[in-house]
Ligand binder design. Sequence first.
Ligand code: PRP
Ligand code: URA
Length: 207
Amino acid sequence: MSVTVVDHPLARDLLAQLRDERTPPPRFRTLTRRLGWLLVIEATRDLATERVEVTTPLETTEQERLAEELVAVPVLRAGLGLLEAVTDLFPDTVVGHLGMERDEITLQPRDYYAKLPPMEGRRALVLDPMLATGGSGTAAVTQIKGAANPKSISFVCVVAAPEGIERLETEHPDVPIVTAAVDRELNGVGFILPGLGDFGDRLHGTA
Ligand code: PRP
Ligand code: URA
């Protein structure tokens, strides 16, 4: 099991702007997509490639092409903010959807929608910007494992709390986590500190 924090000045800059309470939804969406590119590049660093012959205008040379495809699974609603980062970089990506809503009092996730494609031979990227208690992320991975058989699963988020990392790590030790930050802790109502607030509301303008 591994946690990778994308350590790049651009990632830190984008995250600082996302955290800023003054950032309005249109800018929040753009920033999420741009940060998503960096996260997705890291989450796909070890994708399989195959050697192919390419003829340039000057000679024939041995090069590498991708030999592994992706399934992106955004966890609704907030995960939709990261989806275009995946399809920008990997246009052949197949997309599944999982609807999860965390109960405000119990903090338990309730799954309300699932549409998962076949995943054989593909890497599944679970997209959920906030890993707080880890309930939603863990349930999403459990649902994917129950419904499909991807070659591997990676979890891509923007901010992770230590509590969420521990939960996902315990229940799915085979799933690496890629994040832009590991924050300090959860507050009494399950929000990440310092965090950035309710990601789904800020992304969709529903706050
Ligand atoms: C948020 C977030 C995660 C979840 C994280 O979704 O997008 O899915 O909370 O919390 P957890 O780790 O404690 O489960 P939310 O339930 O607010 O739904 P939304 O994306 O529709 O806003
Ligand atoms: N979900 C969010 O959107 N933000 C948090 O801080 C925790 C869960």
